[in-house]
Design a protein around this ligand. Structure first.
Ligand code: SF4
Length: 311
């Protein structure tokens, strides 16, 4: 049996139901270095496409996973960086089509929509969820911190062209930041761009998870609802503030990680394999624990080790 390195889940997703994730990109290889990124700072900032992981291996993992479990609601190309940077993502969608009728979704930061090949391959999906967080170049540089080859105006034109050729569904995600972009006068500047792009839905989000930069703050949920009402038709608010039950579950995982780190220092991979959770989940917990000062990290022998003082 092929071990799963690039396929994860299915995980419950509020937007997509049971979503089987496909991660085509090494951790934090991205064309952006967003201030709000829940995965931390981008370590490989690039706008150059490549076969970052072997396409054939991803397809074999998908085939095995789909053979072994009930069909998910979506197969979703997303993960730990920008999926359209992978030059074989279109071949992965083609392969999925041959194996199953399950719809395919692609979550993208929109940066490569300027490339006709990326538009053509994205158009093979059933659902594309591109992001557009800002209305102008200056804010683009501040919030998304793109690679120097990504031009804001060209990216918007790419989205307009993509919409014109794409027969599937397009949900535009806009992530707003407290006091920066999450204020009515700024959101009003995004409206004309949305009108040009003509997505099927607009979804408003905010930085509810610990972001790359500690200065970034989430927009309170009541403000998000008011900002969503500025769109015609009103946008959906998809930001998910943790409820009491989830807070309880989060606390339980956090305690498991703390117990593990009190026994011995561990790397991120140790936590992932020790607790059987996805890498992105583990990062989320470790980040939060580190911010709260409950664990510390130190580089050792080319790896980063996390440790917690004994209780
Ligand atoms: S939020 Fe997405 S687009 Fe932004 S840096 Fe993180 S992975 Fe890249």
């Amino acid at each position: 049996m092929t071990s799963r390195r690039h396929v994860f889940g299915p995980v419950p997703s509020r937007r997509l139901g049971r979503s089987l994730g496909v991660d085509l990109i090494p951790y934090k290889t991205c064309s952006f270095d967003c201030t709000y990124c829940q995965l931390g700072r981008t370590t490989n900032l690039t706008a150059t496409r490549g076969e970052f992981v072997p396409t054939g291996q991803v397809i074999r993992e998908l085939e095995e996973t789909l053979k072994q479990s009930a069909p998910p609601d979506y197969i979703t190309l997303s993960g730990s960086g920008e999926p359209t940077l992978h030059s074989g993502f279109g071949a992965v969608v083609d392969a999925v089509r041959k194996i199953t009728d399950t719809p395919v979704a692609i979550l993208t930061n929109s940066s490569l929509m300027t490339d006709p090949e990326v538009r053509r391959d994205c158009a093979k999906a059933d659902l594309v969820v591109p992001s557009l967080d800002v209305a102008d170049r200056e804010m683009f540089a501040c919030v998304n911190r793109p690679h120097g080859d990504v031009d804001f105006d060209e990216m918007v034109e790419g989205l307009v062209e993509f919409r014109a050729m794409f027969k599937g569904r397009m949900w535009l995600e806009i992530l707003l930041l407290y006091g920066i972009t999450g204020i009515p006068p700024y959101v009003r500047r995004i409206l004309p761009l949305v009108e040009r792009i003509r997505p099927d839905r607009v979804q408003i989000n905010t930085a509810v998870r610990p972001p790359a930069e500690s200065t970034v703050r989430p927009v309170p949920s009541e403000d998000l609802r008011e900002l969503a009402a500025l769109f015609t038709p009103p946008a959906e608010v998809i930001a998910h503030f943790r409820g009491a039950e989830e807070e309880h579950e989060f606390a339980a995982h956090r305690e498991d990680i703390l117990a593990m780190l009190r026994r011995r220092p561990c790397t991120l991979d140790d936590v992932v394999s020790g607790l059987g959770i996805h890498r992105n989940e583990a990062i989320k917990y470790l980040d939060e624990l580190q911010r709260d000062g409950r664990i510390r990290s130190e580089p050792r022998g080319g790896a980063v080790y996390y440790a917690a003082p004994a209780a």
